[in-house]
Ligand binder design. Structure first.
Ligand SMILES: Cc1cc2nc3c(=O)[nH]c(=O)nc-3n(C[C@H](O)[C@H](O)[C@H](O)COP(=O)(O)OP(=O)(O)OC[C@H]3O[C@@H](n4cnc5c(N)ncnc54)[C@H](O)[C@@H]3O)c2cc1C
Length: 477
């Protein structure tokens, strides 16, 4: 304890860590708590995977470009830091799936690839008649019998058949995790599908009943995503501006954490020692076993996969696109001979991101089992992406500029059994490392709102821990 105050150290300054610091410091200020809160970030900037480049009138996201609007913690945080006037929904428009070299419009009424309207599925060219018949087996198959976790692939292939899975469900769902649906855990990623199936028997009928119908007279529904016109990094900057002066240490990596009799000692990369009464570890999971090297129960994190991807932003004048397509973008099925896994026509989905008369495309490369491309030089990646785009859009000119961003081992994979493994680790932490908490994209959801939720939850856990251990922290300042 220093100055009679308890010390909380948050490790990692991505959205999870800065949310934790923001809400914890807010609690401390509002309730006059005798707690000091420090944030330690290994690099020289906050934001982690959130990075925006503003260039020549373009707003380009190197990492995440938006968040799901229905998960309210993100817009609440945006309001907290005074950015609500910058919040925008995506423009709605057609989206496509590229299957065996051809673009197909997403069948109307599909929710994450699951049909909720029969008509568009019967008429789409995305599946063969046999594939459609096989999907109809969903109406008669009994619910899945499972004691524990299974893969998303196992679950969906049984209900809808391989063709619907490979041409629609897989490109949509694995796009979110850059993962392999035959490895990803159903219970840790989309447990709602399992619950719908168990309740209704049929996944299609269950999704139909549980999906809200569009309201009558609403001709232009709002997009389901939101972002900031000023770029997502402006959220990071506004949060940083509100953190206590001197509470953020950048360019310092936490290398080792040791439990002492009453507290913890953290060794930083400059060999300095920090002490802490409670710790929130908001780093990617790969960093955890090294910091706690004497605790073998973190070993499963050494085997938890994380996929490497790269985003490739390309800016053009409008005239360069010979074959303009009405819509906001497409995802690519694995059975297509393409390297890109998805492309957003960013200037259409997010009109604020490009100046008038310009086009901004953002493509992804790399996914589970297919990551070598991410290691290539920028020029090589741009060439491969342009070759792919040309097959669809016939682009005559070279881009005015391109920005390649590599995200190595950046997409944590919640593979089958993820929840159970995490629970075991947390139990061990409660026994052997009281007051240390994990939060962030490696654990309970990797979307920005999920990370914010985990940051808010970590604040509650830290306060509960400190307050249940001692009354000293509740002090009117
Ligand atoms: C390309 C891409 C696109 C995405 N798109 C979307 C999207 O559109 N919408 C969405 O909701 N989500 C998206 N995501 C997911 C989302 O961006 C991430 O899950 C989220 O930003 C992760 O936040 P985090 O704070 O948990 O981790 P990070 O952002 O990884 O932050 C962790 C921080 O910990 C620091 N650190 C690591 N080790 C140490 C140490 N020993 N000591 C001190 N500091 C350390 C790191 O430097 C880093 O700053 C995307 C992710 C990627 C990679």
């Amino acid at each position: 304890m220093s100055n009679g105050k308890k010390t909380v150290v948050i490790i990692g300054g991505g959205i999870t860590g800065i949310t934790t610091a923001y809400y914890l410091q807010k609690e401390i200020k509002e309730n006059g708590l005798a707690i000091e809160c420090k944030l330690v970030e290994a690099t020289h900037r906050l934001g982690g995977k959130i990075q925006t480049v503003v260039k020549d009138g373009f707003v380009i996201e190197r990492g995440p470009d938006s968040f799901l609007a229905r998960k309210l913690s993100a817009s609440r945080l945006v309001n907290e830091v005074g950015l609500s006037d910058q919040l925008v929904h995506n423009a709605t428009g057609k989206s496509y799936i590229l299957v065996k070299g051809k673009l197909y419009p997403m069948p109307g009424g599909s929710v994450m690839g699951i049909p909720t309207q029969i008509g568009p599925f019967v008429t789409t060219g995305l599946f063969s008649p046999i594939g459609k018949l096989r999907a109809a087996a969903d109406f008669i198959l009994p619910p899945t019998k499972t004691e524990g976790d299974i893969s998303l692939g196992q679950f969906f292939r049984r209900r809808l058949g391989d063709e619907v899975v490979e041409n629609l469900v897989e490109p949509l769902l694995s796009g979110i995790y850059a993962g392999d649906i035959d490895q990803l855990s159903l219970m840790a990623t989309f447990p709602q599908f399992f619950h719908v199936e168990q309740k209704h028997g049929s996944l299609i009928l269950g999704m139909k009943q549980s999906t809200p119908k569009p309201k009558q007279g609403h001709t232009s529904p709002k997009g389901i995503f939101q972002t900031l016109k000023t770029g997502l990094q402006s959220l990071v900057e506004e949060i940083e501006n509100r953190l206590e002066p001197g509470s953020v240490l950048k360019g310092l990596r936490v290398e080792k954490i040791e439990k002492k009799e009453f507290d913890y000692e953290l060794t930083l990369s400059n060999s300095e020692i920090m002490r802490a009464d409670a710790i929130v570890v908001a780093t990617p999971h790969q960093a955890v076993p090294a910091m706690f090297s004497q605790y073998e129960f973190f070993a499963p994190f050494n085997h938890m996969p994380a996929t490497s991807v790269a985003t490739v932003a390309l800016a053009f004048p409008e005239a360069a696109i010979q074959h303009d397509i009405d819509g906001t973008g497409f995802v690519v099925s694995r059975n297509s001979d393409y390297t890109i896994t998805a492309c957003t026509w960013t200037h259409k989905k997010w009109p604020h991101t490009a100046p008038k008369g310009k086009v901004l495309l953002r493509c992804y490369v790399g996914r589970a089992g297919d990551e070598a491309i991410v290691e290539q030089a920028d020029d090589e990646i741009v060439k491969v992406v342009m070759d792919d785009l040309n097959k669809i859009m016939n682009i005559t000119a070279s881009p005015e500029f391109s920005i390649v961003t590599r995200w190595k081992q950046a997409m944590p994979q919640y593979v089958v059994g993820h929840k159970e493994r995490l629970e075991k680790i947390k139990e061990k932490m409660t026994e052997q490392l009281p007051g240390v908490f994990l939060a962030g994209s490696s654990y309970e959801g990797l979307g920005i709102p999920d990370c914010i939720d985990q940051g808010e939850e970590a604040v509650k856990k830290v306060l509960h821990y400190l307050q249940s251990g001692t009354k000293e922290v509740i002090e009117v300042s």
